[in-house]
Design a protein around this ligand. Structure first.
Ligand SMILES: Cc1ncc(C[n+]2csc(CCOP(=O)(O)OP(=O)(O)O)c2C)c(N)n1
Ligand SMILES: [Mg+2]
Length: 588
């Protein structure tokens, strides 16, 4: 009778889950899987660093709404992937990391790439982690891994498979592939909770919805758009949900930071009387000292994860439900009920947004002098197709791009999440191009961030994934250096200068098309050439190092109580030290 090995079983299990590609970097511990990939139609995207492979699985999920898969070799492959998994964990992104492991037979004998507790590394940053010890059960644990990754609040999962388990052969006929192992329906809201939510919404004068990843991963983008249209409720989205309601929709007011890119002022701007947290957790922007939610607003929180409800602030109404189910039932319950148009409230939010965008009018007309980063990001936004996918990586760079771009669909804007992890740009963009080969994929990176996974230019080139990349080159870790100078004074910066680097030449060395841009009027034609060249392209755009992004200013003035950060720093330095983001602490 025919025998198959664990690698073959793993690939068949992935295929059954609809996985079409794995992001990886080779290691002999995995060769049984790679060999099986040759026989099956599983695309192997091999990267230059396991961190990038993990970010790609994460990025795949962010742009498709479905779990991505990365596979890394034993030992350093797994340790390299830690940052990528942690990034997904912090943002509740469903992904599977498969990790090789040294042979079980050689435990405690210092085997090559062995001897470390891989499970111990992964457990705190995954929703579920398991080490397979029986070849015949590989399909069962792959099914469990996917169920864990996508059920309830999604998250990354880790499956460790030792080389002797993976290479062992079992009778093909004895292998069982699970068939039905997930519910086909999602949990809906309790009837009285839904009725209460709708009643409060009907009475609200200034309602707002803050949407999060729970909307996108429940595939509820269309339902959300329908719901806001029916109820005339303005909506803002965190990074994972941007584009669920198209950002050129009159009721969409962009990202959480968009209505005013200043923490303390955002609260004034968002003077809502009712806030619906829809699949978004309480945290950065929505909780703590700098929450954008006014303290006197009534808050309804809808989340699939009961533990999240009321964590960190008072919630007047908690609804445990899948966001799509909540919206579907809400839409059905509304029926023909008419909601107030909230005209004045919507106009007020619109006026704030218009005033904000006018702040950059001068930069947009600029002919000479150092390039303003807003000029760069606006030019990019204008040049791209409306359905392009935009990836933004970098401190201030990501914030500029996030403000300039309007995401027209879900999964079409990707940037940093709660981990604030620089270096995701190229991996996310590569994953997006694999997922959407027919759409433009654009990536902007700060020059600092560019260095972190720069060699992935080569991955994009080798796999013929023509992404367009701009490096916003201010020759420094801009957000860091600006923060230092705002805190301690002009010239007082350490470890934050990078100097001029010819990234366009380095990218060309890795096989990309590269160009240097130094003048504002040259930006648009260069972007056009880059988008049209049909190759992986890298524009190195030299920008003004002095301009401080409003978010940086807000961050530093938020911790100085809204006063001028520098003055406050002077005052506080005699008392103790200032810890940005955390307020002032005394040194004992
Ligand atoms: C992996 C990682 N390392 C360090 C940091 C701290 N950090 C936050 S913003 C920033 C500066 C980013 O510089 P750059 O990418 O050049 O973008 P810019 O702010 O200059 O636009 C740094 C170092 C981080 N968030 N992530
Ligand atoms: Mg920089």
């Amino acid at each position: 009778m025919a025998k198959i090995n664990g690698g073959e079983m793993l690939v068949r299990s992935l295929e059954r889950e609809g996985v079409s590609q794995v992001f990886t970097l080779h290691g002999g511990h995995l060769d049984a899987v790679f060999d099986a990939c040759l026989k099956h139609n599983l695309r192997v995207i091999d990267t230059r660093h396991e961190q990038a492979a993990a970010h790609m699985a994460d990025g795949w999920a962010r742009t498709t709404g479905r779990p991505g898969v990365a596979m890394v070799t034993a030992g350093p492959g797994v340790t390299d992937a830690v940052t990528g998994v942690a990034n997904a964990y912090m943002d509740s992104i469903p992904m599977l990391l498969i990790g090789g492991r040294s042979p079980l037979l050689d435990d405690e004998l210092l085997p090559l790439q062995g001897g470390i507790d891989q499970m111990g590394l992964m457990r705190p940053i995954t929703k579920w982690a398991y080490s397979v010890t029986q070849t015949s059960r590989i399909p069962e644990f792959v099914a469990t891994a996917f169920r864990q990754a996508v059920s309830g609040r999604p998250g990354p999962v880790f499956l460790e498979i030792p080389i002797d388990v993976l290479f062992a052969r079992v009778e093909e006929e004895s292998v069982r592939f699970p068939e039905h192992y997930r519910p086909k329906t999602a949990p809906g809201p309790a009837r009285e909770a839904l009725a209460q939510a709708l009643q409060w919404l009907a009475k609200a004068k200034r309602p707002a919805i803050l949407a999060g990843g729970g909307v996108w991963f429940a595939q509820a983008a269309d339902e959300l758009t329908q719901f806001v249209e029916l109820t005339h409720t303005p909506v803002m989205a965190n990074h994972k949900a941007r584009g669920c309601v198209p950002e050129d929709h009159p009721l969409c007011f962009g990202g959480f930071g968009a209505i005013h890119p200043g923490a303390h002022k955002r609260r004034e701007a968002l003077s809502a009387d009712l806030v619906i947290l829809l699949g978004t957790r309480i945290g950065l922007f929505t909780g703590g000292r700098n929450s954008m939610i006014p303290s006197d607003a009534r808050v309804i929180q809808v989340d699939i994860e009961p533990e999240e409800i009321g964590r960190g602030r008072n919630i007047e109404l908690g609804v445990v439900a899948d966001c799509r189910e909540f919206l579907r039932q809400a839409i059905a319950a509304i029926g023909s009920t008419k909601f107030d148009r909230h005209q004045e409230w919507i106009e007020r939010l619109g006026a704030i947004r218009t005033a904000q965008s006018h702040r950059w009018n001068e930069a947009l007309k600029q002919e000479d002098g150092p390039i303003h980063p807003m000029r760069l990001t606006r030019e990019v936004a204008q040049a791209l197709d409306p359905n392009a996918i935009v990836v933004a990586d970098g401190g201030e760079t990501a914030a500029w791009m996030g403000n300039a771009w309007k995401a027209r669909g879900p999964g079409s804007f990707m940037t940093h999440g709660y981990l604030g992890c620089l270096g995701t740009g190229l991996p996310f963009a590569i994953a997006a191009k694999v997922a959407h080969p027919d759409r433009q994929v654009f990536c902007i990176m700060g020059d600092g961030s560019a260095g972190l996974n720069f060699s992935e230019f080569n991955t994009a080139v080798r796999h013929n994934l023509p992404i367009t990349v701009v490096i916003n080159n201010d020759r420094q870790w801009g957000m860091s250096k600006h923060g230092q100078e705002l805190s301690w004074g002009k010239g007082r910066h350490v470890a934050t200068e990078l100097g001029m680097v010819h990234y366009e030449r380095a990218a060309a060395g890795l096989g990309a098309w590269g160009e240097l841009v130094e003048r504002a009027p040259d930006i648009a034609p260069a972007i056009k050439r880059a988008l049209g060249c049909g190759r992986v392209a890298c524009l190195n755009v030299v920008t003004d190092a002095e301009v401080i992004e409003p978010g940086t200013l807000a961050m530093y003035s938020a911790f100085s109580g809204g006063k001028k950060p520098r003055e406050e720093a002077d005052k506080k330095s005699s008392e103790g030290t200032m810890l940005p983001y955390y307020g002032t602490r005394k040194i004992d």
